[in-house]
Design a protein around this ligand. Structure first.
Ligand code: CUA
Length: 181
């Protein structure tokens, strides 16, 4: 093995470690331990990367289920530019939300303090589901149905943001969930 400037001493690994380098290695190692600990810590305390169940599906099947959900529980049209249906499932019920290039469909209206089972899938490719201000963050992958339980504890408009880069319209991929008292 050669290099442009080979070390003077070929047995370089027997050289003592510089003090500054040793300090640096120690800091990095300890920080690595902190970060490793933070993953399970935030899972439990932060409620951010919440546990989800995942099932196999297809875009066609998931779209059918979402359409059935929309047909059954639509209460009005949203006043946004796209006039999406506002769908109000019964408290404790299932919610179907489609992620696609570049929006989330439909708009959902929930009741504060009630738990809902969210079913999420993508019709095309990978998107993110970042629900603010609840601070829930999961990935949505096509051909998989992700199911998470969500209990809104604050009324108002929530935003669903896509936080996986998915092309030219990624920054406009924003959905809406309305939580009422
Ligand atoms: Cu969808 Cu970014």
């Amino acid at each position: 093995m050669t290099s442009l400037s080979p070390p003077k001493d070929k047995i370089w690994w027997n050289e003592p470690i510089e003090r500054t380098e040793l300090i640096w290695i120690t800091i990095v190692f300890l920080w690595g331990l902190v970060m490793t600990f933070m993953m399970p810590f935030w899972h439990v305390v932060g409620d951010q990367n919440i546990s989800s169940e995942t099932y196999k599906t297809t875009p066609e099947k998931f779209m059918q289920q979402t359409q059935a959900f929309v047909d059954e529980y639509t209460v009005r049209k949203d006043d946004g530019p796209r006039q999406y249906p506002v769908v109000k499932p019964p408290p404790g019920g299932d919610v179907y939300l489609v992620a696609r290039l570049w929006d989330f469909w439909p708009v959902v209206e929930l009741k504060k303090g009630e738990s809902y089972r969210f079913h999420l899938s993508s019709l095309d490719w990978q998107h993110g589901f970042s629900l603010q201000p609840a601070n829930i963050n999961i990935q949505i992958i096509p051909k998989y149905e992700h199911v998470v339980t969500f209990t809104p504890n604050k009324s108002g408009d929530y935003s669903v943001l896509c936080n996986e880069y998915c092309g030219i319209g990624h920054h406009m991929m924003i959905g809406k969930i309305i939580v009422v008292e």
